[in-house]
Design a protein around this ligand. Sequence first.
Ligand code: G3P
Ligand code: CA
Length: 242
Amino acid sequence: MGTLIYAHRGASKLAPENTMPAFELAHQAGADGIETDVQLTKDGVPVLIHDENVRRTTNGTGFVQDYTYEEIKKLDAGSWFSTKFSDTPIVTLEEFLEWVQDKSMVLNIELKNNVIDYKNMERIVYDLLQAYQLLDQTVVSSFNPDSMKRMKEIDPKVATAFLTSQKLPDLFGYLKRLQVDGLHVKYRLLNKKLAENCMQQNLALRSYTVNRPAQMKKCFKLKCEGIFTDVPHLAKEYRELY
Ligand code: G3P
Ligand code: CA
């Protein structure tokens, strides 16, 4: 199969990120997987939104953690992208898992808990993945190292990945201590040496956000396990060419 294509926040170049239209388009494009971002509402409901604040991607203001589920569901998460998508609601993690359940797609659930370390987030997400029997096809990732340790404490079998946008000293010693199964790196950090080291350490290497053909080509050549791309339809074409 080669490098897996994960639609980053869904097919986010074509539809508002992290919404059902973006997920539907990713599926229609034949993406192997979907990457999405989770934050928690005031009443502990996991919802799919990238930022801690709703301002950029909805018609609301303020923090996700200050909205209840009922309140956040009333927001319009589509108009900022295009009027074509007006009144598109924020999706809960549960709605997403229900939708994905009968599709043969892999998932990357990114816990957005590096700015606000939401209480109990790992347990809430784990329980839902288990309830929908999706643990085997999911990688849980985070920029928050403690969160990745907590996830492994809940269940050592959950596939985890540490996200980084920076060069870190003793990276592989650090990843070992976190007991993660994978490394998700910003594209500019990707190189042959890193790919070889990951292979040696049996770590799945994935890179974000890979939107240009030359970048895709490099990821395919280095045999990355996956790329996160806003344009899964194009990545599918290029994967066949290279
Ligand atoms: O999970 C890969 C990538 O999505 C991490 O960065 O800011 O797009 O969530 P960001
Ligand atoms: Ca993300």
